[in-house]
Design a protein around this ligand. Sequence first.
Ligand code: CMP
Length: 239
Amino acid sequence: MSVKELDSSNQTRIFLEKTPLFANVPERALDIAQSVVQLRTYESGSIMFQEGDIGEALYIIKSGLIKLSKVDLGGYEKTLAILQAPEFFGEMALLGSELRSATAMTLSKVTAYLLFKDDFKKLIDSYASISLNLTTTLAKRLKGMDDEAQILSYKDAQGRVAFVLLRLFRSGVVNISEGGAALVKLTHQDIANLAGTSRETVTRALKVLEREAVISTRPKEIIIEDVQGLEEILHGIRT
Ligand code: CMP
């Protein structure tokens, strides 16, 4: 192996051991993972796979943002999650159904490590700590979905939009401006797809949140001004 190859392989290992999937796993498991993953680059706006495709690999995000979405029974797009490094996705079709449960689209230029099905299965068969990491992530996702189901069924439009903005803020899917403000660079339609409502409803709700001075808006950009205020609106402490 050349010095350059050795360096990039070391970087892969250093990255992998910091990911939720490979945190605290034995050295031997990391050796194997490092030798089998393949790094790929995707331009912004690319479809990595579509709902219903056969799943061949799991993806570990190295850089960039991914949107996972599906079309609901009414024909509307519902965004399930926006993920970033070092999260992983695409494990479900490798474990059971074989078919992708959602579509993955890049929201920026993305680099990701691909771990192919047979290698993934061998790793989870051989190393209980990888299975445990996988289960921990799936449990967190389930908890997130339970919370979301509650909020989206019972809250008004402002509450739903506040929930979505807080979730983006907490998961780090925001840009921090030079002045330290948290910027959500999504359109009203993107927020609507996350909140399970219409674009018009989101636009109205954002105006209310802006009047409450918890956010301010610019074209394609929402600035979170007051996280505590958003929490109060979510929990109905203020309307
Ligand atoms: P898979 O079904 O292979 O392809 C789509 C992927 O989206 C799926 O695996 C999961 O990794 C991921 N996914 C599905 N639902 C959610 C969710 N609610 N939150 C985060 N990721 C999800």
